[in-house]
Write a protein that binds this ligand. Structure first.
Ligand code: ZN
Ligand code: FE
Length: 241
């Protein structure tokens, strides 16, 4: 492993991810919803924050940018297509670009749909993907600025990263997503088993994220939708639930 990842739960259900590259000593924050808890966690670990990477413009993913930059002089990287909506951005990137955290590189993926310019970051050698609000445990992001066609394509791009890819999502939505997933596939034994596991984890106050592509391929009704139409219908039903 070239990177170490630490989860910081903030607000009601957001996860901010602290990513450390030990060779260079660089530390990066994915989607800081807020500043103070992130600075405190980095301090506690003895890590100096040098970068922020944003997946999309929503305030619960960028709200801590300014405070963390003021405290650390870090460099902020985010989606070119949302430059106008993230005034703190220093570097604009798009799908296919390579971004560096010290000695380790990540590939930028375009995954529009939740927002028009949403991106994800894939550390291929570390089998890790930071997907923001595109893919959740047993769920996907709402289609605020995009279409079911785009989200269907996003699911194909993400599953292509491979079963052993660890998926770092930005929210703890697992129980709500899983309850919905069971209405779609009540006889999916992997799903039934996973819901029992995550229900027990939440009762113990434990996080259920990160997940993996293997788990999502087995249990996620949006990744498992066989067509754009099926994904669209499931998304509409979940939105109405
Ligand atoms: Zn969002
Ligand atoms: Fe969000």
């Amino acid at each position: 492993m070239g990177i170490e990842v630490v989860r910081i739960p903030v607000l009601s259900d957001n996860y901010v991810w602290l990513v450390h590259e030990p060779v260079s000593g660089e530390t990066m924050v994915v989607d800081p919803a807020v500043g103070e808890p992130v600075l405190a966690k980095a301090d506690e670990l003895g890590w100096k924050i040098t970068q922020i990477w944003n997946t999309h413009w929503h305030p619960d993913h960028t709200g801590g940018n300014a405070e963390i930059k003021a405290a650390t002089s870090c460099i902020i990287t985010g989606p070119e297509a949302e430059f106008g909506r993230i005034p703190t951005l220093d570097i604009q990137v798009k799908g296919g670009d390579k971004v560096m955290l010290g000695e380790v590189s990540a590939q930028v993926m375009d995954v529009p749909a939740h927002t028009a310019g949403h991106i994800a970051f894939h550390f291929a050698e570390d089998h890790a993907a930071f997907v923001g609000d595109t893919l959740f445990a047993m769920g996907c992001g709402r289609l605020f600025e995009g279409t079911a066609d785009q989200m269907y394509l996003n699911m194909r791009k993400l599953e292509a990263l491979g079963d052993d890819t660890i998926v770092y999502c930005a929210h703890e939505y697992t129980l709500s997503n899983g309850s919905f997933a069971l209405t779609i596939e009540p006889d999916n034994s992997a799903l039934v088993e996973r819901m029992a596991q995550v229900t027990a984890m939440r009762e113990r106050g434990e996080p259920t994220v990160p997940t993996s592509i293997a788990l999502e391929r087995a249990t996620n009704p949006f990744m498992r939708a066989a067509s754009v139409g099926e994904l669209a219908a499931r998304r509409a039903a979940k939105d109405a639930a």
